[in-house]
Design a protein around this ligand. Structure first.
Ligand SMILES: [Zn+2]
Length: 215
């Protein structure tokens, strides 16, 4: 899991989702109440599997030479309250964070959004770092939502997945559609997709599309 989480940080860079060290990936260790997360303040090209840190589900450091990411409490809260989640990603990617700064959910106006998010990408509450309030906002927003991504108001994106790779994919797709819908908005009013069609697209993509291997 250290190797997987380390390598996935390169995807944040490759997909232009992060500036400096502002973004992190974590992955639950299957069968254990532990997860692997980025060390705080270490640049992406200096990350190695050995430099990744292991935390328990209260966010306490269990193994590692560095301090865990400053977003560890939010990741830990998600793992504690959403047992089906195996990966969490946080970024301040540009277009998605621009929607978050306006407190505006991204409307479902693209079939790719219906596929991946099953509807709009919702807004989560304004919350300050330092306690459980970011984690609570993520869980409260995503618990009964199809979307694996939430735009935390005035902040940025948190995504979840069955494993860390799925959470990274959701972060990449979230930024992609945030950008497209932003551009569409500049030229006019994007057309909504009827709910019944969103439901059909979502069902097909989640259950039929691909190689029947884990997404
Ligand atoms: Zn942040």
């Amino acid at each position: 899991m250290r190797e997987i989480v380390c390598e996935l940080h390169a995807e944040l860079v490759r997909n232009n989702l992060v500036a400096w060290t502002a973004g992190n990936v974590s992955g639950r260790i299957p069968g254990e109440d532990l997860f692997v997360i980025k060390p705080s303040g270490v640049s992406y090209d200096e990350l190695t599997p050995a430099s990744m840190v292991v935390c328990d589900l209260d966010g306490n450091l269990v193994e590692g030479e560095h301090a865990p990411s400053s977003d560890t409490a939010a990741h830990a809260y998600v793992y504690r309250h959403m047992p089906e989640v195996g990966g969490v990603v946080h970024t301040h990617s540009t277009y998605a964070s621009a929607w978050a700064s306006r407190n505006e959910a991204i409307p479902c106006v693209l079939t790719a959004m219906a596929d991946e998010f099953g509807g709009e990408i919702p807004i989560g509450p304004f919350a300050l770092i330092g306690d459980d309030s970011i984690g609570q906002g993520i869980v409260r927003t995503l618990k009964d939502h199809r979307s694996p991504a939430v735009l935390m108001r005035n902040h940025g994106v948190f995504t979840i997945g069955k494993d860390p790779r799925a959470a990274v994919k959701a972060a990449v797709m979230c930024e992609d559609v945030a950008r497209t819908v932003h551009i569409a908005r500049q030229l006019g009013d994007p057309l909504p997709i009827p709910q019944a069609d969103i439901d059909r697209l979502y069902d097909r993509y989640q259950n039929v599309y691909g190689q029947r291997s884990p997404r």
